[in-house]
Design a protein around this ligand. Structure first.
Ligand SMILES: [Zn+2]
Length: 551
């Protein structure tokens, strides 16, 4: 850069400077326009529940959808069976305005409706009373939102395989199910009785969806309809379709007790079959290892499939999306495959009811990667894996940023990395056995399994299993504050004094004293230990506790 010297600046340099200013202004406008455009491409999911949505409890959804790869449009109908919780005169569902509502019926009677602002309002012919069960059917169609950056900015992905065949998917974690079907777009309500999905695609393609395949009809017009029974509750964002010239890659799985006879299927595009076979060979070990730790894979009554997707990945229930490059990490497994699969427990078997608790899905998801290393390669390699995760923690905002949050508002990098370290630190605090039991209880107790959960539920389980109901300091400091806890160390003569920056924070510290590591209890946030003067001391040498040294 040239330093400006007033009148001595030659004419050509002035022009250059003004040119520079112009470039900066244009660039700023371009960046502003880009930010505006990206924002315009993101819809909300979750957040504060509108009264008309809070007034109903969804029991079942029958979704019929036909996907046209040439016109890039979808046409279908969603029939929602729901229990009325609060009296209602106008019912609501969410549906993106890009799609057009054609008819609405209530218990098979046509009803008047309006569709604006992403909401379908339905005038009920007879007001609904609490305790009643009703059926709301919405027929709709159009060109759905196209994903700008799946799976982060959602929508339909209209790709082609290397040989030019249509390769289609849809993601909805950030934008919500309402970008492609009329739904109650909120994580707190899952259809208790599951879903039935009918997917129609051109007959030369394979259409896949969630749940168990229960039938197939050749419609005689060049299209085929496949039917799917989702026999478990399912969160709206986990509903999906994958369409392509798929080829099944199969491998048997016999269960954690060796008494099952399951077939695990990866649906690959033809060009990737060799890669897919190589990767899929590791799947039985992954399923068994996670099953041993968390309880058997939760959806065997439906299926265990993974679809080769034209985007990176997403934890769609019983049909995870995998779109990575079939490369194993330094620990000998495909981390994208394992991460999405971990969500079959963390996100699918139990799903957060407020996106504010998003970290439960992602923190435990990332921690499960490390747990796989722990269970297959031992504690030292586990600690190495966690050390690598630690390098990506930012501490810029709290993991939980309030309540009634949208998915986009709750999404930060730290819900993954720092979330995993909260789990890791909890393991240190409780000890591995109590920790494992708490995790097992959270995933398998009937109060939580196949239901929606919250951080408060997890706190309750930990208190119950550990017998300690005094751990508020742990959750508050790690989840509700951005800055990590800091310890300080002072050594005078043979006295070693350790202190946390907050007396309420009582996390025990692992300290290496000479050649052994001791657990120093930090009651009142401090501790004093006697240490011979010449002995070397190191706080948390193995990386067990999410904390930093005070400056
Ligand atoms: Zn994830």
């Amino acid at each position: 850069m040239v330093e400006s010297r007033g009148a001595t600046v030659p004419r050509w340099l002035k022009w250059l400077l003004w040119g520079g200013v112009a470039v900066v202004v244009v660039a700023a406008i371009a960046v502003g326009a880009m930010i505006w455009y990206v924002r315009s491409q993101m819809l909300d999911s979750g957040g504060r529940l509108r009264p008309a949505l809070a007034a109903v409890d969804v029991r079942h959804v029958a979704l019929e959808v036909a996907v046209d790869p040439v016109l890039r449009r979808i046409d279908g109908a969603a029939t929602t069976t729901l229990d009325v919780v609060q009296p209602l005169e106008v019912a609501e569902l969410d549906l993106d305005d890009r799609l057009e509502v054609r008819t609405v019926s209530v218990d098979d009677r046509d009803a008047a409706w309006r569709h604006h602002g992403g909401v379908v309002e339905v005038d009920l012919p007879v007001p609904w009373q609490a305790g009643e069960r009703h059926r709301l059917r919405v027929e709709y169609g159009g060109e759905p939102k196209v994903a700008l950056r799946p799976p982060w900015i959602d929508g339909f992905v209209w790709e082609t395989t290397p040989s030019g065949a249509p390769w289609i998917g849809v993601t909805a974690q950030g934008d919500g199910c309402d970008i492609w079907w009329p739904c109650k777009d909120h994580p707190s309500d899952e259809p208790d009785d599951g879903m039935d999905i009918a997917l129609t695609v051109p007959s030369d393609l394979v259409g896949l969806s969630n749940g168990r395949p229960v039938g197939e009809t050749d419609n005689g017009d060049g299209t085929t309809t496949t039917r799917w029974r989702v026999s478990y509750p399912i969160n709206g964002y986990l509903v999906t379709v994958n369409i392509g010239p798929y080829v099944p890659v199969e491998i048997p799985y016999h269960g954690v007790d060796g008494d099952r006879d399951e077939t695990l299927v990866f649906w690959s595009i033809p060009e990737s079959v060799a890669d897919a076979e190589r990767m899929w060979a590791q799947m039985p070990r992954i399923v068994e290892t996670l099953g041993r730790r968390f309880g058997e894979y939760p959806f065997f009554d439906d299926k265990l499939w993974v679809a080769h997707a034209p985007y990176l990945g997403m934890e769609h229930q019983t049909l995870n999306a995998y779109g990575d490059d079939f490369t194993d990490n330094a620990y000998g497994f495909d981390v994208l495959l394992l991460h999405e699969f971990a969500h079959e427990w963390w996100g699918n078997k139990i799903s957060v009811r407020d996106w504010a608790d998003f970290w439960i899905h992602e923190g435990f998801g990332v921690w499960t990667e490390a747990a796989y290393v722990l269970d297959t390669q031992g504690e030292a390699r586990y600690l190495e894996y966690m050390a690598e995760v630690r390098g990506r923690i930012r501490n810029a905002e709290p993991i939980i940023q309030g309540e009634n949050l949208t998915s986009a508002a709750a999404y930060t990098g730290d819900i993954y990395t720092k979330g995993a370290w909260v789990v890791h630190s909890l393991r240190w605090l409780l000890g591995p056995e109590v920790f494992d039991e708490a995790v097992w209880t959270f995933l398998n107790d009937e109060r939580f399994a196949y239901r929606t959960v919250s951080t408060a539920d997890l706190e309750g389980v930990v208190a119950e299993v550990s017998g300690r109901d005094d751990l508020g300091w742990f959750w508050d400091r790690y989840l509700r504050r951005a800055d990590p806890p800091r310890w300080s160390i002072e050594r005078t003569g043979d006295r070693l004094r350790l202190a946390w920056d907050d007396p309420a924070f009582e996390m025990p510290l692992p300290v290496r004293i000479g050649d052994r590591i001791v657990r120093v209890e930090m009651s009142g946030g401090t501790a004093e230990v006697e240490v011979p003067e010449h002995v070397v001391v190191e706080v948390d040498p193995e990386g067990r506790v999410l904390a930093e040294e005070a400056e």
